[in-house]
Design a protein around this ligand. Structure first.
Ligand code: GLU
Length: 432
């Protein structure tokens, strides 16, 4: 995991500072090192770079005036935690800067070929091969084709952001790791991030990329492409109901304590928002569907607690850690309802299990907190628990909102929806 953030057309000309502030909102995604690359207005022919190991915390950047910048918070997978290994990574000519979330599984073969073609590497990361691969392809291709073809040739779950000095664009591609773009129409500023909190201060008008999609962002806007055909697609933005305070500490010393306190409201809110979707589950259950719950980590524990809620309502459900789902797949069929629980909706093992169950004809119920995720898009029924962005790594308000949701569903299946709803709402009064 890591945090990706970029801005284009920063109206304050402080793109590097804007990126740094955005990265601080993404620190929960990776915190061993960070870095920023910018086109300084004073030297538009050269990329300026700043990289540091350690947490971003109260860091400041010394990079000067710029209206385009990209940045990254790293969680190292290949190569130690050093300044050199921190992202962004540049090509030999320092005209392209790359930030990356994921693992390039075939980076060794690519690196060997590039070294034979005289590319000079500065880091031990898998990521750096992407910058040199794009540089190599640029000898014969446009920047769009060079980036898309490079991305198509790497193996693994990856998302990249590429800043190109010649075209003054940021190009991003997604396959398995999250990416979202935001458009601030008032100021004509455009954003790229791993997650919305990075740019929520500027806009809530967003598009979550699907696997196999890429974007080209320039001063005039954002264009969406299919990575295989390279054809442009229509981009359909959504407006999120998240507020700026959701991504701020709002006077609390850290996000964990803020999110613990928010449970006073989030648990009760959960009880009011999914009535229609829960009715759909009740209808399927009446038709003989069997429920199985999958999740990883906290979401798995949530499922285990849910098993008791269902048992108390005379319903037996199976609960699997999504990472151990495969041996049990033989029990899944067209009459199975898979409850896939995930805060982010991007948990890799939960996605693999849910996709595989869907292939066998099961219906997928996504019980998620973040919006626009892969899990949400593949689900037949989506139950957003509405706790708002959960930034602390430890799950609190999303966990309890998911727990309350399972309680509600278990009771709804036993014709006790309203009583369960009242009980949950009363809980709010009791803890205030
Ligand atoms: N594999 C890359 C690295 O080790 C990216 C890791 C990340 O997603 O933060 O630098």
């Amino acid at each position: 995991m890591c945090g990706i953030f970029a801005i284009i057309n920063d109206k304050t000309q402080k793109a590097a500072q804007t990126v740094l502030e955005g990265l601080k909102k993404l620190e929960y995604r990776g915190y061993d090192s960070w870095g920023i690359a910018a086109f300084l207005s004073s030297s538009a022919k050269k990329i300026s770079l700043e990289k540091h190991i350690g947490k971003i915390g109260e860091a400041k950047t010394t990079l000067g005036r710029a209206d385009i910048a990209i940045g990254h918070t790293r969680w190292a997978t290949h190569g130690g935690v050093t300044d050199f290994n921190a992202h962004p990574h540049l090509d030999c000519q320092e005209k392209i800067a790359v930030i990356h979330n994921g693992i390039v599984e075939n980076y060794q073969e690519i690196k060997e070929t590039l070294i034979k073609n005289n590319h000079q590497f500065r880091s031990q990361t898998d990521t750096e091969v992407i910058a040199h691969l794009i540089e190599e392809k640029l000898k014969t291709q446009s920047i769009k084709d060079a980036v898309f073809d490079s991305f198509n040739s790497i193996i693994g779950s990856n998302a990249i952001g590429v800043m190109d000095i010649e075209s003054q664009t940021i190009i991003a591609c997604r396959n398995g790791s999250p990416l979202v773009v935001g458009i601030d129409e008032k100021n004509q500023q455009h954003f790229l991030g791993s997650d919305v909190p990075a740019f929520l201060k500027y806009t809530n008008k967003v598009y979550f990329l699907n696997d196999g999609e890429g974007v080209i962002i320039d001063k005039n806007g954002i264009k969406l492409y299919d990575l295989k055909t390279k054809k442009q697609k229509i981009i359909k933005y959504q407006i999120l109901d998240w507020k700026l305070e959701d991504a701020e500490k709002s006077g609390y010393p850290h996000f964990l304590i803020k999110e613990i306190n928010e449970q006073k409201n989030t648990i009760a809110k959960t009880a009011s928002i999914n009535e229609n979707e829960i009715k759909k589950i009740v209808d399927l259950y009446k038709k003989g569907y069997q429920i199985k719950i999958i999740g990883c980590g906290s979401a798995f524990y949530c499922g285990l607690t849910g098993k008791y809620f269902f048992a108390n309502n005379n319903i037996d459900v199976d609960v699997y850690g999504a990472y151990e789902y495969l041996p049990f797949e033989k029990f899944v069929n067209k009459k199975t309802l898979i409850f896939a629980i995930s805060q982010s909706g991007e948990t890799a093992d939960t996605l693999i299990a849910a996709k595989s169950a869907k292939k066998l004809g099961a219906k997928i119920v996504a019980i998620v907190n973040a919006r626009g995720s892969t899990l949400e898009r593949m689900a037949d029924i989506v139950i957003p628990v509405g706790a708002g962005p959960e930034i602390a790594v430890v799950s609190t308000k999303a966990f309890t909102a998911q727990l309350a949701t399972l309680y509600l569903i278990a009771n709804a299946l036993n014709k006790n929806y309203s009583q369960a709803q009242q009980k949950i709402k009363k809980y709010e009064k009791n803890i205030i």
